[in-house]
Design a protein around this ligand. Structure first.
Ligand code: ZN
Ligand code: FE
Length: 241
């Protein structure tokens, strides 16, 4: 049965994601960096939590993990490659491993670039991608630990997912990403349409995410970059923007 994903705004501009598998009611939380709003959202959704998923070790994605684990007594899933700097993992996963939530299965995709051990989760049924700080709406993560080549390869993996995929990323950066995207690709009609929708959502106080992968593929400059060299130039340009 399909998985649905709801963004929970936390900290300054982060999102934790509440996932629910509709047949069994199984529930997961992704990147619970602030325990209190996350626990409130879980309680409101019925008070059930089956697992915590972590995309990477940064504090703005992990800081509330122990408190949420203690409250619900559920297992924590994260990257085997970063086990030494993540909260204690009950399930340390690698590329191609699967994670089961009720009747749904997520595939683990390793996407180094922002951090060495970054992972994303893809639920095929419901087409939900938890893209962490790899792919943002109209942007991508900074290269804190990885190379441009690594990040480019990671983004290509995500670009190959089904076009209807809902991109559930770790931050509300869309409007500032849009300003850069419009500066480097001013004649892109799809981008202008995309930004119009984002402005409406934000003006109404709504999250701009999730977005649809098909739309990102036509508007996100980092997904439109044809090769690693041009991606590297674009990423460096954005860092100075
Ligand atoms: Zn990060
Ligand atoms: Fe982050």
């Amino acid at each position: 049965m399909p998985v649905t994903a709801t963004p929970i705004p936390i900290l300054k501009d982060n999102y934790a994601w509440l996932l629910r598998e509709s047949a069994t009611g199984a529930t997961a939380i992704v990147d619970p960096a602030d325990a209190q709003p996350v626990i409130e959202a879980i309680e409101k959704a019925g008070g059930r939590l089956d697992m915590i998923l972590l995309t990477h070790h940064h504090a703005d994605h992990t800081a509330g993990t122990e408190e949420v684990r203690a409250r619900f007594g559920c297992p924590v899933v994260g990257a085997a490659a970063d086990q030494h700097r993540l909260p204690r993992l009950d399930d340390a996963v690698r590329e191609g491993d699967t994670v089961t939530l009720g009747n749904a299965t997520a595939r683990v995709i390793e996407t180094p670039g922002h951090t060495r051990g970054q992972i994303n989760f893809f639920f095929g049924d419901g087409a939900v991608l938890l893209s962490g700080d790899t792919l943002f709406s109209l942007g991508c993560g900074r290269l804190i630990e990885g190379t441009a080549e690594e990040m480019f390869a990671s983004l290509r993996k995500l670009a190959a997912l089904p076009p209807e995929t809902m991109v559930c990323c770790g931050h509300e950066y869309t409007e500032s990403n849009a300003r850069f995207a419009l500066a480097v690709d001013p004649d892109n009609a799809e981008l202008h349409r995309f930004v119009g929708k984002v402005e409406q959502l934000r003006a109404a106080g709504q999250p701009s995410v999730p977005s649809v992968l098909a739309d990102e593929l036509k508007a996100n400059p980092f997904l439109l970059a044809p090769d690693a060299a041009q991606f590297a130039r674009l990423r460096a340009q954005k860092d100075r923007f």
